[in-house]
Structure formats: C-alpha cells, structure tokens
Design a protein around this ligand. Sequence first.
Ligand code: PLP
Length: 468
Amino acid sequence: MTDEEYGFATEQVHGGFQPDAAHGARVPAIHMSSGFLFDDFDQARDRFAGTDDGYTYSRLGNPTNADVERRVALLERGVEAILVGSGQAAATIAFLGVLQAGDHVVAARSIYEGTKGLLVQNLGRLGIEVDFVADQRDLDEWARLVRPNTKAFFAETIPNPKNDVLDITGVADTAHRAGVPLIVDNTLATPYLVRPVEHGADIVVHSASKFLSGHGAGLGGVVVDGGTFDWSASPERWVHLTSPERSLGGASYVERYGSRAFIVFARDVVASRIGPTPSPFNAFLLRQGIETLSLRVERHSANALAVASFLEQQPEVTSVDYAGLASSPYRDLAERYLPRGAGSVFAFTLAGGEAAARTFIDTVQLFSRMTHLGDVRSLILHPATTTHAGKTAEERAEQGIHDGLIRLSVGIEDVADLVRDLSRGFAALRGAAGSVGSVGLEARVGSVTELAALEHAVPGNHVIAEEL
Ligand SMILES: Cc1ncc(COP(=O)(O)O)c(C=O)c1O
C-alpha cells in the first residue's frame, strides 16, 4: 500500500502487505519455522545485537505473525501491535508491560470474568491490586477509586452480556487527569465499529479468537499501542521505561523508542520471556478472517438489531440489553461511539427464570449452545449457570445477571431463520414445543409477510452469506 488514505475494507485486505520477493505469492506464506538461518557469523552477532532486524527465533518474531501485527496496528490506528496466542495472553502482556508489584488498577466491573480473574487471582498474587467501578458511566466513581499507586484504567468498549457501552473519551480523560493510561479491550466492537485510540484510549487489547477471526477455528490475541501516552511526564512512575537500560547502551526505552517505548518493552521484555507466541498457522487463519471483517460485522450488527427488536416484542421477555435499541440506556453512547452498529453480543431476560431459560435453550436448533463469541454462527448461553456460576446470587444480581438471562452472539445467517429458531423457544415456553413450522411462526411474529420484511431490513442478507 502507498501512503494514501484508504477505506476500512481496503485496509483490511491490503494493509501491512509486504510483497514476497522470492516467489511473488499474492497471499503471504505461512512461515512454520521455529528458527531462522544466519548467513554467517557476523549476521548472527548483528541480529542478537539488534543492528540487523532480520528474524532469529519465532518466540521473538515471525514473518507471518508480523504480517498480522502490521494489519491490526493499521486498522486500530496504533503505532505497533504484538500478536499472541489468546485474548487472555494479550491482556496479561499489556498489564505486565505497564504494572509492577505495589501498583493498583481501576477497572470496570462489567469486564469479561476471565480478565477479572486475571487481575484478582493472578496479578493479585504478584502484589498488584484492583478496584472495580460498579457503574462505568459514573466518571466520578472512576476518579474516586484512584489512589497514589494507581497505574492504569481498564475497561471494555462493548461489555458482555449487558451491552453497557463505554464512554471511551470520558474514561480516558479521567485516566489522563490521574496521570495513567486507559487500556481498552475492543474485542466485541472491533476496529470496524470503533477505534478506541481515536477517542483517547492508549492501549487496545483484543481476543482475536472472536470477531477478528470470525471462523471460530483458532484462538489469538493482540496488544496495540496507540503511542499516545506520555511516559516521560512522570518518569518516576514508569521506571522500567524511563531508567537507563544496559541492553540499550544506557538509554531508557523512552529515550530510544519514544512513542513506541511501551510496545517495544512489552514485546522484547514481557512477551518474549513469557512466550505466548501464536502458531504462524493460527496467524494465517486470523488474517484470512480479518480480510472480511467489515462485511461480517456489518451483517452481525444488522442481524442483532433485527433479533433484538423481535425479542423486545415477546411477552415472556422482561428486558433486552442491546445498545442499538431505542429503549437501551446506552443508546446515546452507542450513537456516539458505534455509528456503524452496536455489535452482536447481547442478552435478554425471560420472566420465567432458570426453568424458562433451560426450556428455551434446549429447544433452539440453529443457535449453537456454546461459550464463544463473534463466530459467524449464532451462539446461545445461560450466564448464571456457566460464565457467572462462580459468583454468589447477590453478585450476579448486582451485575444484572438474572436467572432468566440468556446471552446471544448473533451470527451472519439469514435473519429470518434466526427469528424462526428463537420462535421455537418461545413456542416451547407457551407449551407448543415442536409445532413451529412456518404456520406456528406466523402466530408469533405476525405473518409471513412480516417475516419477509424483517429479512429485507437487513441489507444484502442473502448475498453476503453466499459470498462468505
Ligand atoms: C471481551 C473478552 N476479552 C478477552 C477474552 C479472552 O479471550 P481468549 O479466549 O482469546 O483468551 C474474552 C473471551 O471470551 C472476551 O470475551
């Protein structure tokens, strides 16, 4: 690519591409090689010294992985990215690149339970403390939880399952007033829906296992540095980045690498030592996914809005937590940060509690019963007995995870088929299990004409499914 500004769909296909000088392969090769040959004695020495930037060993860098890193960094408008083996590895590398024993993090309570566990059970044992913000819209609460040893804010752009969209700029400004970076998990939005760096976030992490891949065939994670945080403003707070470093000839990471100081430290000192290196084959799968990201996420979001609107009309449903709906208390934030769509992971709550959720989930046929998100296939899960089973009933109630709450990750199938499948669940609740053909569905969504209209409401509904 040239320096010209391209649109998202062009960048997701071409961004970061480096021509294959040896063979001219249009799709970059998968470099399944643990190590790389040195031409001679001097080249080995120079690569170890860092004066020759060729590859040495795949834990430290691999051409296939680097290809994906360049593309994600470009899409997120960061200065550099590190590809790792999972989303959890990405969060770990980002935290360990910023924090040390004695530090404190302020995090949103609505973050992924696995990341909460990482902060509390893993980093907690290393002497890093965390406080959780109960209402992430309340910027005063973020500010109130700041302590002298606070070193980072952490939140998700679209948390699941409650869809409580983050006020990225509000939280970033609060973090910056406290002199700390905002680290954001952008997994469920993807850079197609929002680029957190453009709204003030400093570091972005992803579970690339979800929408970035889309195919559900392999895990991955990415750390992206926006290059925006000024580590030199309070050098005593970030001694690992601002102190003289023997391996850099006495310069600090900030002196040597400027706005890339964090990501170079995270790559060379944290990731390369801990070693969450992805297989180049998984990197290849991820890149294949990224090339259709905008098409999928557009379709996911349109399908999700249609499904959420359908759910909202059903008498058994007490609430639908989808920020794309006019009824959502997060609609204003969705309009501000997610003008292209509010993603496709959300929850709805059945009045009948766990028994109703069990009947519903055991009745659907097209939605897959599984714990994953952002797959091209539609997925369904009961958080109270799975992802949030380790919480007390009070903790679940505080987070709005009621016994009748069901999480959906709406896929890219034909939306009429998804609605028909969910209608089976409602029919079962109404004591009509098994009788939902097109006639049964008419009774639920109005008429076949109405169903057809729903299908037409989703642009390119058939075309995109066939293309993918
Ligand atoms: C928002 C979010 N971040 C991170 C993760 C962890 O990702 P991975 O499973 O790739 O480690 C998940 C997993 O569900 C997630 O939902």
